[in-house]
Design a protein around this ligand. Structure first.
Ligand SMILES: *Cc1c(COP(=O)(O)O)cnc(C)c1O
Length: 404
């Protein structure tokens, strides 16, 4: 019962912790780019569960593979060989420069594994005692104690002191600060190729390329957090592929399982010996079900050319938004890469998001002033046009209302 000991109702009578400011909508069905609520209302989905359902809701090949696996085997311990896990890892390494994969269940857990691998490699393999992890202002890396410490935003840290030691933050795109921050204590630098939660801020190629070079020269590992940008979202399978760099470690989650919870940490072969038997683990990491889903998700992304489609559709979506929102005084900039797009405004956009919902379109914020669009990678041109039409009418009406 949701009552305190003295009988007062807690959290509006809900038995859940009030950790989310939830919209007043309960979704009960999804198909492709469409969602339905418990009142029978239909919505066009331009948020994909925050870059998770990259192939749309309930994509048939994934559903078929999941159902088949449910008939065969759900869970065994990682003390056994898991053929699906081997096959999913092989698909990931065949389609990237990485040589080794560790499976887990969430993004934070993947970043946690990356941080642990970087420290252990420096300390056990290189024997140099480097432990410090450098990250960037406005970054987001997760909610566990280590990953919220890695996150360059104060709001996620409030009330959780003391935080783990060995993290430092540098302003993005500040090469001098970066050069100065790297010392003989630095184990790794961790970066997103597009700061997503931070406001859809693509990292400048010259900066990331310089960072990669600097890491190589100074014996520092480069970790790229691809949790939101990976799996075709930016128009390539992984966001760093736009930069011609090869991070030592990168992490995946969100789009990796089409909605089934699964994460992965991938690394170059040299780092392999840092994670020996017993050094890291996770009960649910890479179960037969999770990795059946990863396997079919990657196969479907490749077969459907989902990354290429995201590049083409994303370019169209960005140009349509720029054209239709041109001259709107509330809109500062439309930016993005592939199907991760931000509309930066001159003020708070929560009202835009709420009004779009009223008109049957789901979008989200990325920070207070940016509307974030994350449609399915294989959404149709017609659906994109429908979404743009709703969004431009919301912008026009809100701006008109603000000027009254
Ligand atoms: C969502 C996200 C995470 C955290 O993933 P969880 O699955 O919520 O733990 C970490 N980094 C980035 C860039 C993300 O977008």
């Amino acid at each position: 019962m949701s009552e305190t000991n003295n009988g007062a109702a807690v959290n509006g009578g809900s038995s859940l912790f009030p950790t989310y400011a939830r919209y007043p909508i309960a979704l009960v069905k999804g198909e492709g780019s469409w969602l339905w609520d418990d009142q029978g209302n239909k919505y066009l989905d331009f948020m994909s569960g925050i870059a998770v359902t990259n192939l749309g809701h309930a994509p048939k090949p994934v559903k078929d593979a999941l159902v088949k696996q449910l008939d065969e085997l759900w869970h065994v311990s990682n003390l056994f060989h898991i053929p699906n896990q081997e096959a999913a890892a092989k698909l990931l390494t065949d389609n990237s420069h990485a040589d080794q994969v560790f499976f887990c269940s969430t993004g934070a857990e993947a970043n946690e594994a990356a941080i642990k691998l970087a420290r252990r490699y420096q300390q056990k393999v290189k024997g140099n005692g480097r432990y410090e992890i450098l990250t960037f202002a406005q970054s987001f890396h997760g909610r566990t104690l280590a990953t919220l410490t890695a996150t360059g935003q104060e709001k996620v840290k409030e009330g959780f002191l003391p935080l783990p030691e060995g993290f430092r933050y540098i302003p993005l795109h500040d090469i001098d600060a970066l050069e100065a921050a790297i010392t003989d204590k630095t184990a790794a630098v961790m970066i997103e190729t597009i700061q997503a939660e931070g406001g859809i801020i693509p990292v400048e190629p010259a900066f990331l390329q310089h960072l990669a070079k600097l890491c190589k020269e100074r014996g520092v590992l480069l970790i790229v957090d691809e949790i939101q940008t990976g799996m075709g979202r930016t128009g390539k399978m992984f966001g760093f592929q736009h930069y011609g760099i090869e991070p030592d470690i990168f992490t995946l989650a969100k789009g990796l399982g089409s909605g089934f919870p699964v994460g992965a940490m991938l690394a170059k072969g040299e780092l392999s010996e840092a994670f020996s038997a017993g050094s890291h683990g996770s009960t649910f990491g890479g179960t037969p079900i999770a990795t059946a889903v990863v396997k079919v998700t990657i196969e479907t992304i490749l077969k459907e050319k989902a990354a290429d489609r995201a590049a083409v559709t994303g370019e169209y979506l960005i140009s349509e938004l720029r054209a239709k929102l041109a001259g709107n005084p509330f809109v500062k900039e439309v930016r993005g890469r592939g199907m991760i797009i931000g509309i930066e405004c001159t003020g708070p956009v929560a009202g835009i998001v709420a009004e779009a919902q009223q008109r049957g379109l789901f979008v989200i914020t990325a920070g207070p002033n940016v509307v974030r669009l994350l449609p399915s990678l294989i959404i149709s041109r017609e659906e994109v046009d429908q979404g743009v039409s709703i969004l431009t009418s919301v912008f026009a009406d809100q701006t008109a209302a603000a000027q009254l």
